[in-house]
Write a protein that binds this ligand. Sequence first.
Ligand code: SF4
Length: 328
Amino acid sequence: MSENALLEVKDLKKHFPIKGGIFRKTVGQVHAVDGVSFTLQPGETLGLVGESGCGKSTLGRTIIRLYDVTAGSMKFQGSDITNAEGEDLRPVRRNMAMIFQDPYASLNPRMTVSEIIEAPMAVHNKGIKSERREKIADLLEVVGLRAKMANRYPHEFSGGQRQRIGIARALILQPKLIIADEPVSALDVSIQAQVINLMMQLKDQFKLTYIFIAHDLAVVEHISTTVAVMYLGHIMEKASSKALYANPKHPYTQALIQAIPIADPKKRKAAGEKQTLQGDIPSPITPPSGCVFHTRCPLAEERCKSEVPALRNLGENGGEHLVACHLV
Ligand code: SF4
């Protein structure tokens, strides 16, 4: 394990069986995550990006052990959590929290805000009632709501306010790692920036480490220290945010960056014609052989169909810039 790493993921796989026939036999596998490795240092924000269906949300949910691991290993704060169960899973659940995409579906409509935020404390038997109330009131203020809103129900709040409630719930046990699964995609553009700014501020205040999942590279640019681009269950490129946006090396990353809308008409003209990605992401049930991106890659050669490209470090001056492409 890398020294002081908060999380180390090695060759992680998560496959979902497909059942068919009258005996519900396994007739295939969805290769949602197919051999992902990375290390996360304390204080880092890893932006995990890719089109829908690339496996990024499954990866987040497998790390927090909402799903069992198919193969590979994971260490959190030096402890192997790959197959942790029962009591061994409690510290994982206490030190990792998740913020979900849909602030409407992720909050129980029959519970008050106070009950929603308190739930993780009750599960982990933390604090007495008065202490919990005080903590909830403090947290509501921290996330930009009012303490007196604690007795209201989710339907009385806007989408942005609900996501703030979800953030308060994630913070209540003072976790070390927060996995935010598309936390702003369901929000209006004007509200997205407010929630991202809040998360950046909380990161410093609570000394958090984030895995920030998004389908849009533009969203993670300002919040991430490192960005990993995923495609069909694999990491295609991983580098510091600065290096990845300034010098994207993988054809898939280049296409995603090209797809970012440019608001300024002068810059739009200077950027020239956009190269858009053709076709849909292939099925993860029968992923393409060789480089999984070869069916959509404008640079694909014959060997791309049979040889899997290794994730190689092409970083300069000792920096890490990992790329999985034969031609780079
Ligand atoms: Fe394209 Fe081949 Fe590189 Fe894959 S290995 S990204 S198909 S050029």
